[in-house]
Write a new protein. Structure first.
Ligand code: NDP
Length: 223
């Protein structure tokens, strides 16, 4: 689970560990959080380990993944690592554009590509990506984020066509606003308006995204 050190990633790790998977909790800067989560899961009798790499660094990512693959293929990949760096478009710098695209889209390629062939050899795999509602509706101040997240949907649809005959399903989850630090950074007045537009009248919970991922990782989502 990339970005397992973050809010949604941690919930996904807990859910998948509870489902019986041996979970690799990935972190970039916050290895402590990933190690703590892995230790908590082991204390509950689950199988978990932490790993650290920057998904934008193709070489570091490949090196880390090759090491993990020495013990066997990774059957379920959850591409969850992501950042946002918002600005209205006229004020958006090239750095902001590239940073967000590089993590979400570049990182998606860097992590998924080395894991695909070992997965294909086993004829069973699940690739699940956390995109965003911003990919579908667009979002003011998030041209970079919306573009990156929409790119993930195209990537997913194309890879799903390649994977299907090999027992590999590829899916995207596009969460709405989830009660996390990412959303806590939104000014209160704006947040009120956002919640008013959500049919259930509240923010989503990370656990609700995790349960969707749990289904997509299961045998039940083979079709
Ligand atoms: P967090 O900020 O809590 O977590 C982001 C995770 O991504 C962290 O684990 C972070 O690692 C990791 N990450 C960031 N940059 C890199 C990098 N260069 N290399 C490797 N890992 C990196 O965010 P959330 O849990 O809220 O979001 C998780 C995902 O869900 C994101 O993709 C986000 O876009 C998406 N999403 C979130 C929504 C929300 O409402 N929160 C709504 C829709 C989608 P570390 O901290 O260790 O550096």
């Amino acid at each position: 689970v990339t970005g397992g050190s973050g809010a949604i990633g941690a919930a996904i790790c807990r859910q998948l560990a509870g489902d019986g998977f041996a979970v690799i909790v990935h972190a970039n800067r916050n290895l402590d959080a990933a190690e703590q989560l892995a230790a908590d899961l082991r204390a509950e009798g689950r199988e978990a380990e932490a790993v650290q790499f920057d998904v934008t660094d193709a070489t570091a990512t490949k090196t880390a993944l090759d090491k993990l693959l020495e013990t066997g293929p990774i059957q379920v990949l959850v591409n969850n690592a992501g950042i946002h760096d918002d600005a209205v478009f006229p004020g958006m710098s090239a750095e902001q554009w590239h940073r967000v695209i590089d993590v979400s889209l570049g990182g998606f390629f860097n992590v998924t590509q080395p894991l695909t062939m070992p997965m294909i050899r086993t004829r069973w795999g699940r690739i699940i990506t956390i995109s965003s509602i911003a990919a579908i509706t667009g979002n003011r101040g998030q041209v970079n984020y919306s573009a990156a997240k929409a790119g993930m949907i195209g990537f997913t649809k194309a890879l799903a066509q390649e994977g299907a005959s090999k027992g590999i399903t590829v899916n995207c989850v596009c969460p709405g606003y989830i009660d996390t630090e990412m959303v806590a950074a939104v000014p209160e007045e704006v947040l009120k308006k956002i919640i008013a537009g959500i049919p259930v009248g509240r923010l989503g919970k990370a656990e609700e995204i995790a349960s969707t991922v749990s289904f997509l990782a299961s045998d039940g989502s083979g079709f």
